[in-house]
Design a protein around this ligand. Sequence first.
Ligand code: GLC
Length: 701
Amino acid sequence: MTLEEKIGQMTLYTSHFDQTGPTVREGYKEDIRKGEVGAIFNAYGAEFNRELQKIAVEETRLGIPLLFGYDVIHGHKTIFPIPLGETASWNPDLMEKTARIAALEATAQGLHWTFAPMIDISRDPRWGRIAESGGEDTYLNTVVARAKVRGFQGDSLESEHTLLSTAKHFAAYGAAKAGRDYHTVDISDRTLREVYLPPFKAAVDEGAGSFMTAFNEIAGVPATASEYLFQDILRDEWGFDGFVVSDYTAINELMPHGVAADSAEAGKLAVKAGVDMDMQGAIYHRHLPELVEQGIVSEETINKSVRRILRYKFRLGLFENPYKYSDKKREEELVLNDDHLDLARKTARESLVLLKNENDLLPLDKSIPSLAVIGPLADNQRELIGSWSAAGDYTDAVTLIDGIKQVVSPQTEINYARGTGFDSSDRSGFAEAVEVANQSDAVIMALGEKANMSGEAASRSTIDLPGVQQDLIREVLKSGKPVVLVLMNGRPLDLTWEDENVPAILETWFAGTQAGLAIADVLFGNYNPSGKLPVTFPRSIGQVPIHYDMKNTGRPKSENKYTSKYLDIPNSPLYPFGYGLSYTTFEYSDIQLNASEITKSDSLEASINVTNTGDLKGKEIVQLYIRDLHASVTRPVKELKAFKQINLDPGETKEVNFTLAREDFEFYGLDMNQIVEPGKFKVFIGTNSEEVKEASFNVLE
Ligand code: GLC
């Protein structure tokens, strides 16, 4: 390979099909023809990708096949709930299955590589990409990471049904100051390693084939120029053998970050840090040849990157058959088929979180004579598939009102009114909304955000319901009819007023292609909601950042004035991490431990009995947390370490058993080595991070 051909393999350009970043480059087909491009993203469709692949394979000197990548984040054509919503299912089997289906559909349309899973721990609801994440908890996100990599990559990348995955964004992108996208990240190495890195390590252990750099800096060093991240940790400590792709023009952005004086220096910093492929920046394309000729970058550095990239083209089987992923017949059979739509409905159901249900207002009766369905999301398809829905087509989505019509009695009269827009001050539709409420036996209000109010470059400075939607609720409540608030949103919202005034609240996130049916299934009792929040819902933006695993501080809140609290609101969130109601009730026994003290190398068995004390069968997600009460560094007041799903019939009791082992008690000590220290621990088991039973035990030397 010539130097230019090698550097071509390190160059990734977008097609004109879709734009997911600030710049688009013309003439990418000519670049391919010159052998100066190794991968194309934002291109899909069996025919189109075959056309581009033919250029690379048949018109270049070496005929090295292209790698086709795309953001297949929560489905390809069949769209599943946004990742924050899917994580609320706490169901790793489902998470793996939806990734599997996404891979089936994407590979049928010529794709080899997805820029997923996004496994950035996200604790700031102002940050729009929280929608794309698995929420605030490290352990839950390691479960998400493993499930997604398994789902996308399957048992072998050789198969034409599997997608190369990308663990992104490395690292700590979700810790952006003030929740402002791309903003500075300044966290300790201990926080980086204990909170933000474990899901990425899990992705490596599961065999993820690529990583993507984060836009942000960490403590003064932009991730895309960080040898600490990509050489010391990712390759030397973790043994990662895949390749690293920059995020969209992230190499170019080393200049505005202020660590590169020009684009050549940006290219030098990135390639030396271990970034193998330049997404859309054209920096490697333009500058690496001269940097090598000047001896500033060694050709061995280039060779290492090219080897990593070609290794995965071989593993994908592209050299044997560059066209095996572009299969028109498979495309027609697989995309949006009934099995995929059924899974979308099932996943959406399990992602819904019941936040309030005063006097068991829900489920509503399917034979209700008349029903008002009000709000900008009642008869809306576009928003349902959320952000990062890529190849998804919102016209395939089932609206809430259509879903309701398919679930309730044909005799039920449905009265619809839009009421207002999303973020307008338009109250002109209020009168009609109140009118349809007055005509009906119950009211469902579908309110929330537009899909583009979350996702990339979509941070909000408030987390209230946008526009005058809350005023619309006030007016409709005056009808005196029972009101159910159905929320569609990409982030935690401040629902303090809604929680005080609305009898029933259902969080549905953006639930995907089958959203309307899944929401109707829960509203009318076809499915008993089981979702649990993967992220804290604050009482106010003023509490942010707030997450369940905070530190105790030296002055934990008490009646004493001089303790850590606010003058105007409690420290506790409105709805805690792990929270979600059911149409039935569950009772927890006391915890049984198999020992009151263990050595560092022992494991501990904890068990608890859970009883369904209601009259409907239901699924419960039993959560286990621990606390290390005294250690050489401060430890969180709770840490999720395990969870289990159980299905219980009315009156049924099941024993739930957990095993805690050494790695569950490990943390980074003063010298930043992972250790377990003797001392007193607590174990908590319960229905969310606040409502728990507890027991104590000691770890001995
Ligand atoms: C975007 C996103 C990244 C995505 C990439 C390609 O800027 O940050 O998550 O995979 O560009 O679309």
